[in-house]
Design a protein around this ligand. Structure first.
Ligand code: FE2
Length: 326
């Protein structure tokens, strides 16, 4: 069924289709290109707990170990990676047909989390790298994905996009490209993450063609079963723990594989983890990011793990092959 959102490609020279080609890993880290990829979950609780000026609700804190992990990630992004652009794929900008790229030059507005409006009412105002956004849309269309650019500035930016971007760069002083999640994988149980491989390849090509230094953000939680009753104080950490040991063990299984590397075995493990834990990676953000990086033969650096209303969340950084922190 997932094929309904993929158009057939005309044959290219030699008879092979462009889409059939597997993403090629980059041999040496380029001065431009994808300089890091981050698993950067977006639960509104983290921003609520930080009390930034953009968010209306006030808190007394909470979920500190995850927030400290994000602090370390921010330092790396700002001081080491120094990207021209942050590219985010987020599961709550859901598009029914195809993949959309936000090409509004200056999205502004208020983003509200519909389930937790008492935690997240966030005023955003950021710049889009429109040239790169258009290049990603063109490359994705060229690879056979149904793709559209979003041009309507009235569309409200979802909290998964805002959440990952704020937590990675609360100063909002880096241009952004944001990609929607085609909700096909949520609808069709036999859908694969194959389209995310293609979207990743399109992203990599566009970054390289435009000469950008890009950091990718995959805005996904891990295990995704959660509580349905909230304590009187939402940030009451006495109440915070894994949903159950099964969920926790599966998150650890995935994270141990991530830490060990290489990433190629994750192609099998991510769908197994989704099946076992209802993981939010079903929306494809993690697969998109690793595919864009050419499934590097290295481990990821797990900066932190913690639960939020029982769901598993990890902040993880991958560097391209041949690259390392000095
Ligand atoms: Fe989410």
């Amino acid at each position: 069924m997932s094929k309904v959102f993929r158009v057939p490609l005309p044959p290219t020279r030699g008879g092979a289709t462009t889409a059939a080609r597997a993403p090629q890993p980059t041999a040496t880290p380029p001065r431009c290109g994808i300089v890091a990829g981050c698993l950067s979950p977006h639960p509104p609780h983290l921003i609520y707990a930080e009390n930034p000026p953009q968010n209306e609700p006030r808190s007394t804190g909470g979920w500190e170990t995850l927030r400290w992990a994000y602090e370390r990630l921010r330092t790396r992004i700002r001081e080491v990676h120094k990207p021209d652009v942050l590219i985010v794929h987020a599961p709550h900008w859901i598009t029914m047909v195809g993949h959309h790229v936000n090409c509004v030059p200056n999205p502004r507005g208020i983003s509200v989390e519909p389930i937790f409006p008492h935690m997240f009412r966030y005023r955003y105002d950021f710049r889009t790298d429109v040239e790169l956004g258009e290049a990603i849309a063109d490359e994705a269309a060229g690879l056979g994905l149904v793709t559209r650019t979003l041009r309507d500035p009235r569309v409200r930016v979802d909290y998964a996009t805002i959440g990952a971007l704020h937590l990675a760069n609360p100063a909002w002083d880096m241009p952004v490209v944001s990609l929607s999640a085609n909700n096909n994988p949520y609808f069709y149980s036999d859908a694969s993450l194959e389209e995310m491989e293609v979207l990743g390849e399109a992203t990599r090509r566009a970054v390289e063609a435009t000469g950008r230094r890009a950091v990718l953000l995959a805005s996904n939680s891990l295990s995704h079963l959660h509580w349905h009753e909230e304590p009187e104080l939402p940030e009451d950490m006495e109440r915070e723990h894994p949903y159950n040991n099964h969920q926790y063990r599966w998150d650890m299984k995935l994270l141990e594989a991530i830490r060990c590397g290489p990433t190629a075995p994750l192609r099998e493990l991510i769908p197994e983890h989704i099946e076992a834990t209802a993981s939010e990676t079903k929306a494809g953000s993690l697969t998109w990011m690793l595919a864009a990086m050419g499934w590097p033969k290295v481990g990821g650096d797990v900066l932190g793990y913690g639960t939020i209303i029982g769901t598993g969340n990890a902040v993880v950084e991958w560097l391209p092959e041949g690259s390392h922190h000095g």
